[in-house]
Ligand binder design. Structure first.
Ligand SMILES: C[S@@+](CC[C@H](N)C(=O)[O-])C[C@H]1O[C@@H](n2cnc3c(N)ncnc32)[C@H](O)[C@@H]1O
Length: 178
């Protein structure tokens, strides 16, 4: 299936995919091979898109899935139901805030990762510092336009001697391990 077709299928299956089609396509292209770690899952759009685009590997998602019906946020059960309805069996959900890494994943290595959790400077920096040693190929940052919050962490990542800038589409940036 073409990445644009996957994007359309995900957007009709879930309540909201919190990224643009160009950002989604960049993510699906870089996360196509190997195990993928996702920090921040919301309704499951990015996790489902990556799972559908994958040629190999599985998707490991960390999100507290807070119960906030007044804000119409997704619940863990709601995201699980969307994944099941699409017949996807390669997504694993961990209900907690990152860091720390869930204990079941403590020794797991990932090919790729997406940082799209809490968009504060401290939280985003903590995500980066904890995962950069666990990921072998690409790390994607969403919302790198968030001045004083995500953007300075993205700038730390592209200046890291072990990582290098690869590409940006919309507000999604990619760094690769050197
Ligand atoms: C912008 S949304 C993620 C959007 C999703 N990646 C997509 O493309 O549709 C941010 C998510 O991060 C989650 N979150 C907040 N703090 C977190 C943390 N410390 N670790 C993991 N997820 C977190 C929130 O519950 C929320 O679901």
């Amino acid at each position: 299936m073409l990445l644009q077709e996957i994007d359309q299928k995900v957007r009709t299956a879930i309540t909201r995919w919190a990224m643009s089609p160009a950002e989604a396509e960049l993510l699906m292209r870089y996360a196509a091979e190997g195990d993928h770690l996702e920090i921040g899952t919301l309704w499951g759009g990015s996790a489902i898109g990556v799972a559908m685009a994958k040629r190999s590997g599985e998707v490991y998602c960390i999100d507290p899935f807070p119960e906030m019906p007044q804000r119409e946020l997704p619940t863990l059960a709601g995201v699980e139901a969307s994944i099941k309805k699409l017949g996807i069996t390669t997504i694993h959900l961990y209900q907690q805030a990152h860091p720390p890494m869930p204990s079941a994943l403590e020794d797991h290595r990932f090919d790729t990762a997406l940082i799209d959790g809490e968009h504060t400077y401290d939280a985003c920096l903590a995500n980066w510092l904890d995962i950069k040693g666990r990921v072998d190929r690409y790390i994607l940052f969403h919302d790198i336009d968030f001045e004083d919050r995500v953007k300075p962490v993205w700038e730390i990542a592209i200046s890291d001697p072990q990582w290098e800038y690869v590409e940006v589409a919309g507000d999604m940036g990619v760094v690769a391990r050197r």
